[in-house]
Design a protein around this ligand. Structure first.
Ligand code: FES
Length: 141
């Protein structure tokens, strides 16, 4: 399968690789198909994502998508970042065959978990138990 140039660029020169030491939220997800792992960490100030970094044992598709998403969500409010992240994954998928579907959604899933952790810490909720999308929509600015 041939990947578009913009994906190859992010795969060959990934941006925002690493981990934020004093992150406000961290999300870790596993690709159930291959077992690879993705970690996304975010720094948030006044509900705006000021930094986002990722680390993964994933494939080129996961690396490229993570690089793109971390670039796009910096400087965005959390609700907008969630929307951008999901739309970016869908947009990339729409340009490709779907044979690597989980690889392209790992970053968006990890970002969602990082935002959930941020929200739970902010609200001092210790039993996360999963926050529904509707709840995030209502609560986040
Ligand atoms: Fe494992 Fe893509 S093959 S993340």
């Amino acid at each position: 399968m041939e990947y578009p140039e913009f994906l190859m660029d992010h795969f060959q020169s990934p941006r925002n690789v690493g981990e934020i030491a004093d992150a406000d939220g961290t999300g870790i997800v596993k690709n159930a198909t291959c077992g690879d792992i993705m970690q996304m960490s975010i720094k948030v100030k006044e509900d705006v994502i000021v930094d986002a970094k990722f680390k993964t044992f994933g494939c080129g598709a996961a690396i490229a998508t993570s690089s793109i998403i971390t670039e796009k969500v910096k400087g965005k409010g959390i609700k907008e970042a969630l929307r951008i992240s999901d739309e970016t994954a869908k947009d990339i998928l729409s340009q490709l065959s779907r044979d690597k579907f989980p690889c392209f959604t790992l970053a968006a899933d990890a970002l969602r978990l990082a935002i959930e952790e941020y929200y739970c810490n902010k609200q001092k909720i210790h039993d996360k138990g999963g926050i529904r999308e509707e709840d995030l929509e209502k609560i986040l600015p």
